[in-house]
Ligand binder design. Structure first.
Ligand code: SF4
Length: 350
């Protein structure tokens, strides 16, 4: 009998905390639709370092999930879409690779956890088969070694009685357990970057918190860079180092998470924060909502895309597209970026 090999918390030859892993520059993802071209992601740039967690938040249709999939290389140039700009993963341009070369990055370099665990799990395949297959293929483990590693992985993601779970089918597990299995699957090849795309949407509130805390813990333990895509700004507070707030395909604001929450610069961030339910609020308190709807992405407004909904909008906003920049005239502390002509500056940060 072979002895169980514990998974390393950081890969022996992997990146160390602080290494730059991901550089996204001026990324555009344009879908060619019967109604015209739709730039679902329109000029997004970001950086991600080992051990860092980045939240990408915005309403449904803001482009955050398309951004995640384009970074992963799941959305690429083809008959129905055009991707431009660059996504450098460890210095390698994901979109300059052939589809076959790109697939080789999936697992060891970058992995993704999807919203619905059943998207990643085959209902007629046992949990053990899901986990051991990539371990045997990518890590060259034999049958017994792969099974033991699979048990370790399930234990790491907090699944009780992991050896027994290997012989169960996905439908025999709860939704929360299935999502933990999907996270274990994503971790199986020790990815440097993990993209979690609305990983808790299908789960109840208590399990949501457990899964989000698990991702934060794994990131810290393994020096893994995590991108947490969520429509829920509340989900990223306290669990991400930085946040990018997206609106209509563009980044509206990007800064350290605590700063965006403490003092948003962009009116859209402010409105999103106001719509988060407060624990201490009196019962039956009506939640704040953002009036209006996101723009039709096949024909977005010419100036600021948030202008039709923005309480601070002025004439300039309707004609002049604001660029992402640090709006403070005497910046102190880390960079703060907002794409707004009339940001919410206070006496301290003016
Ligand atoms: Fe509002 Fe104008 Fe800023 Fe856009 S640029 S968010 S419309 S104030």
């Amino acid at each position: 009998m072979t002895t169980s090999t514990p998974l390393p918390t950081t890969p022996a030859t992997g990146p160390v905390r602080g290494d730059l892993l991901l550089e996204v520059d001026d990324l555009r993802t344009v879908f060619h639709t019967p109604r015209g071209d739709v730039a679902a992601v329109d000029g997004v740039s970001l950086r991600l370092h080992a051990g860092e967690t980045l939240g990408i938040v915005g309403e449904s249709g803001s482009g955050k999930s398309v951004l995640g999939r384009t970074v992963m290389g799941l959305v690429a140039s083809g008959p129905s879409s055009t991707v431009s700009g660059s996504v450098l993963l460890g210095g390698q341009d994901v979109h300059a690779l052939s589809p076959r070369e790109r697939r080789r990055l999936w697992g060891p370099r970058i992995a993704m956890v999807f919203q619905d665990p059943m998207t990643s799990l085959n209902p007629v395949k046992k949990i053990g088969a899901h986990l051991t297959q990539p371990l045997r293929m990518h890590q060259g483990l034999d049958r017994t070694g792969a099974r033991e590693r699979a048990v370790d992985l399930l234990r790491q993601v907090g699944i009780p009685d992991p050896a027994r779970r290997l012989d169960q089918y996905p439908h025999e597990l709860s939704g929360g357990m299935r999502q933990r299995v999907v996270i274990a699957l994503a971790l199986s090849c020790d990815p440097e970057v993990l993209i979690a795309d609305e990983p808790t949407t299908a789960l109840d509130v208590t399990v949501q918190k457990q899964i989000l805390d698990l991702l934060a813990r794994l990131s810290a333990e393994r020096h893994m860079a995590v991108i947490l895509v969520s429509h829920d700004l509340g989900a990223v507070v306290g669990r991400t180092d930085r946040v990018a707030v997206m609106y209509a395909g563009r980044v509206a604001e990007a800064s350290r998470t605590a700063e965006v929450f403490g003092q948003p610069l962009h009116p859209y961030s402010e409105a999103l924060i106001a719509s988060i339910p407060q624990l201490e609020a009196a019962p039956h308190t009506v939640l704040s909502t953002i009036e209006g709807r996101p723009p039709d992405m096949a024909a977005p407004p010419p100036g600021c895309r948030f202008a039709p909904r923005c309480p601070r909008a002025q004439d300039r906003c309707r004609v002049d597209l604001p660029l992402l920049r640090d709006p403070r005239s005497h910046p102190v502390g880390p960079e703060r970026l907002a794409a707004c002509h009339f940001p919410l500056l206070t006496e301290e940060n003016r």
